[in-house]
Design a protein around this ligand. Structure first.
Ligand SMILES: [Zn+2]
Length: 136
């Protein structure tokens, strides 16, 4: 099992090299962000549903990331969006929502679903991608 875990955690698609994803702020973001049960892997931030088909931890188990193939991918992006204030302001202006001023208020936004919306995490990522493709 430990060999399998090491092998899985060695596979990465994207990893931030700027140093933003290090230090106390990143650690607390990593540890505190949680999603409604059975929706999103807290390690990579990919949804459990199609098309990712991320393995879902059995109900009632304490999931420590052993089913995660690509730790941190969208998690790092989500954190970088928060850390760059101009990017954060652009994203939240697009979402017509006040930009969060603390990590805690940010992870509250991304872990909830606005009425009729996606999970906040995916609203943030979609708005970020949109802002890069369609510069206002
Ligand atoms: Zn995962």
């Amino acid at each position: 099992m430990s060999h399998l875990l090491a092998q899985r955690q060695g596979r990465r698609t994207y990893h931030c090299h700027t140093g933003v994803c290090s230090g106390g702020g990143w650690k607390s973001f990593k540890l505190q962000t949680r999603f409604p049960s059975g929706t999103v892997c807290y390690l990579c931030f990919a949804p459990y549903g199609a098309p990712f088909n991320h393995e879902v931890p059995p109900a009632g188990s304490r999931y420590k990331g052993e089913l995660c193939d690509f730790p941190h991918v969208l998690k790092e992006l989500a954190y970088i969006i928060y850390q760059h204030q101009d990017v954060r302001n652009t994203v939240f202006a697009r979402l017509a929502h006040p930009a969060p001023v603390t990590t805690a208020s940010y992870w509250r936004f991304i872990s909830r679903r606005r009425p009729g919306g996606l999970l906040g995490l995916y609203e943030v990522i979609a708005a970020y991608l949109d802002s890069r493709e369609n510069v206002a």
